[in-house]
Structures are given as C-alpha cells and as structure tokens.
Design a protein around this ligand. Structure first.
Ligand code: SAM
Length: 352
C-alpha cells in the first residue's frame, strides 16, 4: 500500500492547490495570537497587528491576529468533507500590554470562529503539560490578591463539519483495520491528557523544532488514529516541522500541508531516511503496550473473549479483532516547484 504526502511552501490563507471536499481530517496547531514569538509573523500577515501592539491596544491586536487565522478557517471549511473532523491544538496567552496583565483566551475565540462557520464543537481535550519549576508563579508571590494562576494546559479543540457523521461502505476493511485497542480508547478519549511529551520520539530535536513550537508526535498520531481511517487524507495548514505528516506516515494515512517557511520543509525532506525506523518503533510500542495490558488484566483474573486476527494476542472487544498496524518500508521525495511530494510504501507491521 502506498500513501502520498504533499507539503507546499506557501500561505494557507489561500489553499488553492487543495480541492474542495478532498480532506477527511484536519490536525493542526496555529501560531497562538498574543504569544510574543508570533508577533512578527502576524505583523507580516497584517501590519495592523504591529500598529495595535505599538499603540498598546491588546484587544485590537488579538482581534487582528485572529482575523488572519479566520482566513485559514475559511479554507478548512472548503476543503474538508462533510462530517470530517478538525482538531486544533491551541493555547491561551497571558500578557501585559501597556502595563495591564490579562489572559487572551485563544481557545474561546477559535471555538467561536468555527461555530460561526457551521462546525459542531465536540468534547475537547485538555492537554496538561508536565509542570517544570516552582519559580513559575506569576504576579506578586505570596501576598494576595495579585498573583495569577499559571497556565500549564493547552486545548485540543475538536469540531465536526456539518451535522452528520461520515458514512463508510458497510464492513469497510480500511475502517476496521484502523481500529485501536480498547485500553488505547480509554486513554485517548479521556478529556485530560497528561505526560504526552516523551512517549514517542520525533524526527530530530534541534532549535528548528523550538523555533516552530512543534508539538510532540504523540499529539497528531493519537488524533489521526482517533478520527481517521486508512485511505483518508489529513491536512495541516500550519505544517511547521511536519509533525502531522510524520504522524500520518506512521499511521498509514495520506497527508497534505502548507508552511510559510521553506527551511522547515527542506529539513523534513532531509530527515526522511528516519521515517521507516520511526514508524516501526511507533507500531511496535503500541503492540508491546497492548501485551503488557493483557498480562496485567490476566493477573487481575479477567478473561478475554476475542482473539485478534492479524496478531497473536487477545483483545477485549469484537471491534478490535481486525486491527492491523502498518509500517513504512521505503519513502522518497519529489520536488515539484511548490514544495515536495513524498511517497511512502507501507507493509503490515512486522514483528521480526
Ligand atoms: C505552532 S507552529 C506549528 C508547528 C507544527 N505543529 C509542528 O509540529 O512543527 C505554526 C506554524 O505555522 C506557520 N504559519 C503561520 N501562518 C501561516 C500561514 N498563513 N500559512 C502557512 N503557514 C503558516 C508558521 O511558520 C509555523 O511554522
């Protein structure tokens, strides 16, 4: 089986290279409005952002930044299929503008923007990042009332386009083979995610990933497994270092993305040789974790009613039986003037 991944160097406010209703799932993380590292980028997209910041008008800057994101949300609405899911990782910002400290609630503003485009909000996930130090508290230390709660969580907002869920042909193998294990379902569909960082390895870990505020591979990988089937196409309009595409490759889905900074796309292309090994270790880690779960459950004296068809392991539910993980065997890249097309050849995950 082959999957195709297209990475465009370009501006996602106009995704003209992507056809209407050609994307099944969106997984992305935009630049967060009012986080200082993105001020210059938003000002390049609209100079009114810089003017508002210079004038000390935080509200106007916040609105102007979201207005640029909204142009991308319009494009998502166009390219996503009816019933398709959009998952957006976004964090709020705390900031003092003109001497006044406050929180800028990006998650609420994005939710409003998607609702106004007719998307249905679905229950979201709170991604609780591991706490780092005691020196993190903001405001006036130990004396009430002017200390502020520290933001240590981000959101994964989840929306469905249109009122109806997607339909699949009855008994579609591509859906049943993309099943996840029962215990994965319990962890992934929990509304608070903790300790996500470090569970899966990423491609390289240098200052480029910091500069792009890359998310850990585990975030898009989970979301892709949760909300898409084999054969589906996943879009990331804020492609950054390509973590979503890497996750799609590991999960055996197609992907497409667009990124303003050509250097990120070049860097991804240079690291392609790591993808087969990484995809294998991601799949094997899932199976290994399932085996540990089976052992624990047996120790508790609980039995299993079903046997997986493609792996030598029992499973809890009937729906898991056809689960079949895939690994990337080989991958190559073709430059095409607007970016790259990567073609990945997949095989059923080998346990040898
Ligand atoms: C938060 S980062 C995404 C990081 C990504 N999830 C990863 O793991 O590397 C946002 C990215 O969006 C890109 N970007 C911002 N506005 C854009 C636009 N209008 N079109 C395309 N890319 C954009 C930025 O250059 C940045 O790399």
């Amino acid at each position: 089986m082959e999957t195709i991944h297209r990475a465009f160097v370009g501006d996602s406010r106009d995704l003209e290279a992507i056809d209407d209703a050609s994307v099944d799932l969106v997984v992305t993380s935009p630049p967060y409005p009012m986080i200082e590292m993105w001020d210059d980028l938003f000002t390049e997209l609209d100079p009114a952002v810089g003017d508002a910041l210079e004038a000390g008008d935080g509200r106007a800057a916040f609105e102007a930044m979201h207005a640029q994101l909204e142009l991308v949300w319009d494009e998502l609405e166009r390219v996503l299929v009816d019933g398709g899911i959009a998952c957006l990782n976004v964090g709020d910002a705390t900031r003092s503008v003109d001497g006044s400290f406050r929180v800028y609630a990006n998650h609420a503003r994005v939710l409003e923007a998607f609702e106004s485009r007719g998307f249905d909000p679905l229950p979201d996930v709170l991604w609780r990042k591991p706490a780092n130090s005691a020196a993190k508290f903001m405001g006036s230390g130990m004396i009430p009332p002017n200390a502020y709660v520290t933001l240590e969580h981000e959101y994964v907002l989840v929306f469905r386009k249109g009122g109806e869920s997607r339909e699949f042909e009855p008994g579609a193998d591509r859906r049943y083979e993309a099943a996840y294990f029962w215990e994965e379902r319990n962890r992934w569909f929990s509304d608070v995610w903790t300790e996500v960082r470090g569970e899966l390895q990423d491609l390289g870990s240098d200052d480029l990933r910091d500069r792009s505020a890359a998310y850990p591979l585990e975030i898009p990988y989970r979301l892709i497994c949760m909300y898409s089937a084999y054969g589906d196409t996943v879009l990331d309009p804020f492609w950054g270092t390509g973590t979503t595409t890497l996750a799609a490759m590991c999960a055996g889905r197609h992907s497409v993305g667009s990124e303003l900074e050509a250097a990120f796309v070049e860097r991804f292309t240079d690291s392609l040789d790591q993808v087969p090994g990484l995809s294998r270790s991601v799949g094997r880690a899932r199976l290994e974790r399932h085996r540990e779960f089976v052992a624990r459950r047996r120790e508790e004296g609980k039995a299993f009613e079903y046997q997986a068809t493609h792996y030598d392991t029992p499973v809890v539910t009937k729906m898991e039986r056809e689960i079949r993980l895939r690994e990337v065997e080989s991958i190559d890249a073709v430059e095409n003037g607007t970016g790259y097309e990567y073609r990945a050849e997949h095989a059923p995950l080998s346990l040898e």
